[in-house]
Design a protein around this ligand. Structure first.
Ligand SMILES: Cc1cc2nc3c(=O)[nH]c(=O)nc-3n(C[C@H](O)[C@H](O)[C@H](O)COP(=O)(O)OP(=O)(O)OC[C@H]3O[C@@H](n4cnc5c(N)ncnc54)[C@H](O)[C@@H]3O)c2cc1C
Length: 430
């Protein structure tokens, strides 16, 4: 990939998590010179929890040159429990479940150290007809032919071009935690480990599946159970949950170590008698479960001159669809495909990328909202004319089929709004 003065084209990528790593790696493979800048001072190893994979993600990992060996745990079925812990629905559904940490380390290995820069917090962007410049708060500035904003849901890059697009709180949080496989009783293990397990009472979703142990240990007995509970929390309750032990108020989310003990104890006491025993007993093996408030947003454009948005910076769908990493990976594939030809003008390639990926971002955003409706409505309150649709989307068998399923996202029914109105009706903004 050469410019008219015969130098390789250069891209700077802002953000070193999934979207940044995929974009950087895939553009490198089609001949671009790429440097990645992450604001964290330390490598992002050892963080995160479980991730469900899809065939699309496996293809993107292969395209990026990442190894698929020991990717995660292969499971074959989904099972829904009733409140007594009895299985009420089963669905054969082979899938590989893995961890954010595993995917991050596989992708991190595809970027040479000399092109990966930590401690670089993007502060400003300047662009003209010849190029784009990233300005960092440490005084560094970098010029390139293309800047990729992979800086997450509170993106500095997006705020520069689409200040009106801000994440909207969904009215619920996700509690998560990892229980060691060896701490689970044989009964709990048999009931919910080595499968994708669900409990679906009104206004809640509880799920769990196995992932590797620390250092990607996939040996039986050394793995962990990824425990998840979506729970409603109105804005007032959320605000109180975002206060740490010292009384410090956080505004959007709170770092896991800062969550107050009484908030965690409250979760555990609410779980008693409400969760089926396998989910409750596995929770007892998790000392500090943590919560993340659920937000979503949609950007009606992903390209601004020589700047492109990818991953969560561009849009976020509610996590029931389990597509965050896959969408980020597909954004990177599309960018690389659209900018691969040495003949293509950057603006033309980016226009093609925008045309491909904005509709895909919409599908993730809209399908996440559709699937997440059960958090605020319940089947018994649905008017007769909506019952058929409700059953198709939210009956127990439908939830087993649609949760973390890329085919559900492809089939989304909701119409994409015209760009001018896409972010105008967001109510509770951060
Ligand atoms: C440490 C970590 C752990 C995670 N664990 C999970 C998980 O277990 N399960 C799950 O479903 N999702 C997890 N996620 C979120 C998941 O990665 C995303 O939802 C999805 O993969 C899309 O990723 P992204 O790269 O677009 O955004 P993000 O993953 O949010 O990454 C954005 C990156 O940009 C960096 N950044 C932000 N602002 C700037 C700036 N101004 N300058 C430079 N860099 C900047 C951030 O430090 C971050 O590394 C995690 C994210 C992180 C960062």
């Amino acid at each position: 990939m050469k410019t008219s003065d015969n130098r390789k084209r250069r891209a700077v990528v802002i953000g070193g998590s999934m979207a940044g790593l995929f974009a950087a790696s895939l553009l490198r493979r089609v001949g671009w010179d790429v440097d990645l800048y992450e604001r964290s001072d330390v490598e992002l190893f050892g963080r995160g929890a479980g991730i469900v994979t899809h065939d699309e993600l496996l293809r993107a990992l292969t395209d990026a040159g990442a190894s698929l060996a020991d990717l995660g745990v292969s499971i074959n079925e989904r099972v829904a429990l009733d409140s007594t812990g009895k299985p009420i629905e089963r669905l054969a559904y082979p899938q590989i479940v893995t961890s954010w940490d595993r995917l991050h380390s596989l992708m991190r290995a595809t970027i040479p150290h000399e092109n990966h820069h930590l401690g670089c917090n993007l502060q400003d962007i300047r662009q003209d007809a010849d190029g784009v410049t990233a300005v960092f708060s440490n005084g560094r500035s970098e010029q390139a032919d293309l800047l990729i904003g992979a800086d997450g849901f509170r993106s500095t890059v997006r705020a520069r071009f689409l200040p009106q697009v801000t994440p909207e709180y969904a009215g619920y949080v996700v509690w998560r935690g990892l229980a060691d496989e060896r701490d689970l009783s044989p009964e709990v293990h048999a009931a919910i480990f080595e499968k994708f397990a669900f409990f679906l009472p009104a206004h809640n979703e509880i799920i769990g599946y196995p992932i590797a142990g620390p250092n990607n240990d996939l040996r039986a007995g050394s793995r962990r159970f990824n425990w998840v509970w979506y729970r409603r929390a109105d804005a007032e309750l959320l605000k109180s949950m975002l206060v740490d032990e010292e009384g410090l108020q956080y505004d959007v989310s709170i770092p896991p170590p800062k969550i107050r003990r009484d908030v965690i104890d409250g979760l555990k006491s609410d779980a008693k008698g409400f969760l089926p025993w396998p989910f409750y007993e596995s929770l007892l093996g998790i000392d500090r479960p943590f919560f993340t408030p659920i937000y979503d947003h949609f950007s009606p454009s992903m390209v601004f001159g020589r700047v492109a948005l990818v991953g969560d910076a561009a849009s976020v769908g509610r996590p029931h669809i389990g597509m965050g990493v896959t969408k980020a990976a597909e954004d990177g594939q599309s960018l690389a495909r659209c900018l691969a030809s040495p003949e293509i003008d950057v603006a033309d390639g980016l226009a093609r990328f925008n045309a491909e990926r904005v509709p895909a971002a919409w599908r993730a955003f809209a399908s996440g909202r559709e699937l997440g409706e059960f958090m605020h409505k319940s089947g018994s309150a649905v008017p007769p004319e909506e019952r058929e649709r409700w059953k198709e989307l939210h009956s127990v068998s439908a939830m087993l089929k649609h949760t973390a399923s890329s085919s559900f996202v492809r089939e989304v029914r909701l119409q994409q709004p015209a760009p001018a109105t896409s972010s105008s009706n967001q109510s509770e903004q951060i």
